[in-house]
Design a protein around this ligand. Structure first.
Ligand code: PLZ
Length: 472
């Protein structure tokens, strides 16, 4: 049921088409959700499996810059960027131009059948942009999860070892192997097992909730990780350690100082492939091109996705040539991996990131937003922690009671996070939650978001928290 009577076109004046030219204003034309979104939600119930979640009940019609316009003509401030994907904004000019140009020439040949330049060019860009000056190779895939799986395959092929080490609060995807790497049971794992074997979980250095305190967190957690690997798993059995340099879905956890360097040093000495999952943190999001740079660490393999291609499905594994070249010829691939349209979009997105200095823009977003978030923490007792880097910032919301046994911080309060997000949505602010306990509000604006929208979004967040505080 599409065509001329489609409800997916915004009403006149709603601002379509999208892209950077879209009016950069918040505007509520109807209650959220409006009638057209409500109509689509009814169709959805009978067509889409209920297991596929949704954050906001509004249906998108156009997006660009810092706004998302729905089918009822509401223009919302976008603090989500499609979960850290449209760092360069929706329908960025260079992405659209490259995409349409490529679409006119060919849409698919399969890189494993007859290769094409775009794939090679993206791999060259990945070698140039990722940390480390060593000789690198890349392989391209369709999703972050698929790329993480391939990083594990590559590390096993290289080391001949079975075990993989992952962390508490980790998220690496929803396929069987990556579900095994992912920490949180509900909604990701419950009912979906059994999961892939030989996955071992060790503690993430989570400063806010570390029993020994934030100061000691990095060093103590690294000590525990190394001891567990050495004494219980056996370092000689471990192919790879897979870690997000700043955890995303787990709650924007920035590991305690010294944690990541201690782990890379240990892995290098033990012959363990250190895999940085930069799917959420990559491409300028944290104020560096990659989050590892801030720590001064050079991963053996780096997994990218999300922000790489301005919204087209593309992901990659990049790393040391001798590790990447360990799998036999034909051992890596897939029908669509490194699709020509996605590669063309990626080259446009990367050019945009560099031309518009969007890595610096992420730092500017931090400079503007972080002090305001800290002021919220000082004002509202249910804001327990403020953290993050660049345009990847979060508030951890907590109850006011005593810490749960074994915890140093107050108990997580998912209810208040859900209430804040829902209230933000009603006011026209796309705001996402995260966290093992679902109690984290996360800010992931497109890096191109204009200053006035960033400020207005922060004002709205403040209003929301003060409203919630009154009823709390
Ligand atoms: N690694 C660090 O953040 C995806 C997941 C959304 P895919 N994060 C958003 C959801 O609820 O499924 C992610 C990530 C990190 C891997 C992935 C997986 O990337 O492209 O979603 O497969």
């Amino acid at each position: 049921m599409s065509g001329t009577d489609s409800v997916s076109r915004p009403p006149d004046g709603a601002g379509a088409p999208g892209g950077p030219g879209l009016a950069q204003v918040r505007r509520l034309a109807t209650p959220i959700p409006g009638p057209r979104s409500t109509e689509l939600a009814k169709r959805r119930v009978n067509a889409v499996a209920r297991g596929v979640g949704q954050t906001l009940p509004v249906y998108a019609a156009a997006a660009g810059g810092g706004v998302l316009v729905d089918v009822d003509g509401n223009s919302l401030i976008d603090f989500g960027a499609g979960i850290a994907v449209v760092n360069v904004g929706n329908s960025a000019d260079a992405v659209v131009d490259n995409l349409t140009e490529q679409a006119r020439h060919f849409t698919h040949t399969c890189f494993m059948v007859t290769p094409y330049e775009g794939y090679v060019a993206v791999c060259e860009e990945l070698a140039r942009l990722t940390p480390g000056s060593h000789d690198k190779r890349s392989a391209l895939f369709n999703s972050g999860a698929e790329a993480v799986e391939n990083a594990v395959k590559i590390a096993r092929a290289y080391t001949g070892r079975p075990a993989i080490v992952a962390f508490t609060h980790a998220f690496h995807g929803r396929t069987n192997l990556t579900s095994a790497l992912t920490a949180k049971a509900r909604p990701y794992k419950e009912g979906f097992g059994p999961f892939a074997p030989e996955i071992y979980r060790v503690p993430m250095a989570y400063p806010y909730r570390w029993p020994g305190g934030a100061e000691a967190c990095g060093e103590q957690a690294a000590g525990q990780v190394i001891d567990t690997i050495t004494a219980e798993i056996g370092a000689e059995n471990v192919a790879a350690m897979v870690i997000e340099p700043i955890q995303g879905e787990g709650g924007f956890i920035v590991p305690g100082a010294g944690f990541l360097p201690a782990l890379t040093e240990f892995c290098a000495a033990a012959g363990i492939v250190f895999v940085a999952d930069e799917v959420q943190t990559g491409f300028g999001r944290t104020g560096d091109m990659f989050a590892c740079e801030h720590e001064g660490i050079v991963p053996d393999l780096i997994v990218t996705g999300k922000g790489i291609a301005g919204g087209l499905p593309l992901a990659g594994v990049t790393g040391r040539a001798q590790i990447m070249d360990a799998p036999q010829v034909g051992g890596l691939g897939g029908t669509f991996g490194g699709n020509p349209l996605a590669c063309a979009a990626a080259l446009g997105a990367i050019a945009t990131l560099e031309r518009e200095n969007l890595v610096d823009r992420a730092r500017l977003i931090e400079r503007v937003a972080l002090p305001r978030l800290r002021a919220l923490r000082d004002r509202y007792p249910f804001v327990g922690d403020v953290r993050g880097r660049g345009a990847m910032l979060a508030l951890e919301l907590v109850g006011t009671g005593p810490p749960t046994p074994g915890q140093v911080a107050p108990p997580p309060d998912r209810g208040v996070a859900v209430a804040c997000a829902a209230e933000a949505h009603r006011r026209g602010l796309v705001l996402l939650t995260a966290g093992t306990w679902g109690n984290v509000l996360r800010l992931l604006p497109p890096l191109v978001m204009p200053q006035h929208l960033l400020s207005e979004g922060l004002d709205l967040l403040d209003e929301v928290l003060s409203d919630i505080a009154r009823h709390h």
